[in-house]
Design a protein around this ligand. Sequence first.
Ligand code: NAP
Length: 262
Amino acid sequence: MELRELGTTGIKLSPLGLGTVKFGRNEGIKYPTAFELPEESDLADLLTRAKELGINTLDTAPAYGLSEERLGRLLCGQREDWVIIGKAGEEYQDGNSRYNFSPGYLEMSLECSLERLNTDYIDIFLIHSDGDDLPNLSDDVIRAMQDFKRRGLVRAIGASTKTAEGGMRALEFMDTVMATYTPNYTAEKDVLDFATTHGKGVLLKKALSSGYNTNIEDVFRFCFAHPAVTSAVVGTINPEHLRGNAEILNAILRSPPEELRE
Ligand code: NAP
């Protein structure tokens, strides 16, 4: 896959990123079918396959169960080959999500993520969302995020948002946003338009509606017709799905722009 720069951050991402919720957590999630957590050797094979396909972007978070610590082991010796998207603000324990967006908590969470991921930096660091984005993205929180970046703990900052207002605030003061934008859900389109006019890149989550829309070609044509979209993070633990998704997206991105539809 041809890498694409995220806005003006200098960070180059594959247009298809790999979401790693299913690497580490199989409880309290809304996928269409239940699944067993994969063996670590299967995940190693999946990452090898991802690399062969030109996928360099991995999305993880403390809320994804064992995802970070498994990636920490799996990426040993190949950290520089990957762009890691990490997050803070949500933890999942004993069947419940807990949220804390105070600057001190975000810093503690970042330190724990660095340790679990066995690295000294996260490429793209996002504030998680409990759905109430605007108050969570306070001036103090944004200053703390900017400070993490100044200290070299993270290379770019942003928020994973659920509201248009939150997405635009994140883009106003930070580098990027992770938003949802699919053929069936366009409530955050203003965020993408705002990103385009401000030269920022957008990451998409849940492009396949968490597995409820597997018309992959239709979804990717729609998502990538918007000029703000740098990369769509799609979750999978199935190597054939990974390969198919990459091939479909490659074909779409090579086709004439008029064949994309918004
Ligand atoms: P998604 O990417 O829309 O869908 C993932 C589901 O689609 C998986 O169950 C996967 O199952 C299935 N799938 C993938 N490719 C397929 C194919 N070719 N054919 C049939 N099924 C296919 O949803 P998501 O996992 O909820 O979100 C994606 C990523 O975004 C997550 O992994 C996470 O990294 C991130 N995320 C972030 C937030 C946030 O608040 N920041 C929230 C949710 C998600 P298989 O494993 O069987 O392929």
